[in-house]
Design a protein around this ligand. Structure first.
Ligand code: AMP
Length: 406
């Protein structure tokens, strides 16, 4: 446990409780990167809700609270559809108190809004990514942000694996600490990484093999069984010589996929791939769906979800495990007809939780499956950071934490 990046003692991170905040201007990096409807309504407020304990604790302590966040991927300049303004009403409702808003996160607008703050009051500043300096981790931009506060609190778990101005930059110029959400996420992942109740099963899905090879390799040192589903499974099946038709394939990763399978074998970790699939000629909502007879996919078809037989035996694996970590959908879940596999995993995990297993879900897509099916509350822990939780499991030191470490 002492060696992993999620271990606070290893990184010597200050916590919110360790700071005296009364009357101080506290700059809080939150993750309000929420999905918005076309009409600009917050469609899922999970990420906002998760930051409420930190904000409430600062309100109660009489701090002046300045919230900063990113939303979406504006290209370093203002874009109305990525405004954080819709988050204000949601936050006001959750806090039961007013929240001010400033149209810019730096400069005169922001400074004026901060100067007007009374102890216990909250202001949300406009999207950090309306400035190119945020993603470029520009020192000048980080300094401008730091100028707004006396203290810094990092509570954007979903962003701490990125080296941006608001994660890696600000702590160079302001004394900082982790917020309650980051603290809870780290404690949870630490427990799982350091001392999981066994058997420990990881269920990994999604499209990109290349993104997940590192974590798969590391997970093999920790888990007892590994289930691979989603688009990335086809590269593994191809590596095993199985025909995958026109399914997603990362040709340049076949060899590495094969190495993962070999490593699993040598470590006696069960590595399970889909045994059947839902396949279509064309990816569209009303496509005619074929259930394959076995692992192979006919030459003219594309695999879009795991099949019924796979749902059953992945479910059996989940039922057998005592700790289960899930990241990534089992199919193109955005289309209802191809969401069956992901929903089945969510349901099996909910049943496992009820029987006493520890279930952890990380990653935006897996969380939307849970939100759609109403099963989120039936998991032991839903991590707000898919990328960050995977990188912690991989044993990486996250830039947003390294910057805060003393
Ligand atoms: P990732 O960002 O790598 O976690 O991948 C998430 C994406 O994987 C989702 O948008 C899914 O639609 C996609 N996905 C899952 N299964 C498949 C599949 N069989 N073929 C293509 N894309 C898939």
């Amino acid at each position: 446990m002492a060696n992993n990046a999620a271990d606070k003692s290893a990184l010597k991170l200050k916590r919110l409780q360790d700071m005296t905040v009364k009357g101080k201007k506290v700059l809080v990096r939150v993750d309000f990167n929420v999905p918005l409807s076309k009409a600009g309504k917050v469609e899922d407020d999970t990420r906002i809700k998760e930051t409420v304990p930190t904000i409430k604790s600062l309100i109660e302590a009489g701090a002046k609270i300045i919230l900063i966040s990113h939303l979406g991927r504006p290209k370093g300049k203002p874009e109305a559809k990525y405004s954080l303004k819709p988050a204000v009403a949601v936050l006001e409702k959750l806090l039961g108190s007013p929240v001010a808003f400033a149209n810019d996160c730096v400069g005169p607008e922001a400074e004026k809004a901060v100067a007007a703050l009374k102890p216990g009051a909250v202001v949300l500043l406009e999207n950090l990514r309306f400035h190119a300096g945020e993603e470029a981790n520009d020192a000048g931009f980080a300094k401008q942000l730091a100028k707004l506060g006396d203290l810094f609190v990092q509570d954007a778990f979903g962003a701490i694996h990125r080296a941006h101005a608001s994660t890696a930059g600000i702590p160079k110029y302001l004394p900082g600490a982790i917020g309650l959400l980051v603290q809870r996420e780290l404690e949870f992942l630490d427990r799982v990484i350091g001392n999981p109740t066994r058997p420990f099963l990881a269920v990994i899905g999604g499209a990109k093999v290349s993104d997940k090879l590192g974590v798969l390799n590391k997970l093999l040192d920790r888990v007892d069984a590994l289930v691979i589903g989603g688009g990335m499974a086809y590269t593994f099946l191809q590596a095993q010589g199985v025909s995958i038709g026109k399914s997603l394939l990362e040709k340049d990763r076949i060899q590495e996929a094969q190495s993962v399978i070999e490593k699993a074998y040598s470590k006696k970790v069960e590595c399970l791939l889909p045994a059947d699939h839902l396949a279509v000629r064309e990816i569209k909502a009303d496509a005619q769906v074929t259930v394959t007879q076995g692992m192979a996919i006919p030459a003219d078809l594309i695999g879009v979800d795991i099949g019924p037989h796979t749902i059953e035996f992945f479910g059996e694996q989940i039922a057998k495990a005592k700790t289960i970590f899930w990241n990534g959908p089992m199919g193109i879940f955005e289309i209802e007809a191809f969401a069956k596999g992901s929903l089945a995993v969510a349901t099996a995990m909910a049943e496992a939780t009820q029987k006493g297993a520890i279930t952890i879900v990380g990653g935006g897509d897996s969380l939307s499956v849970l939100a759609k099916s109403g099963l989120a509350s039936q998991m032991t822990h839903c991590s707000t950071g898919g990328g960050a939780s995977l990188e912690l499991l991989e044993g990486k030191v996250l830039p947003g934490l390294a910057a805060l470490a003393s």
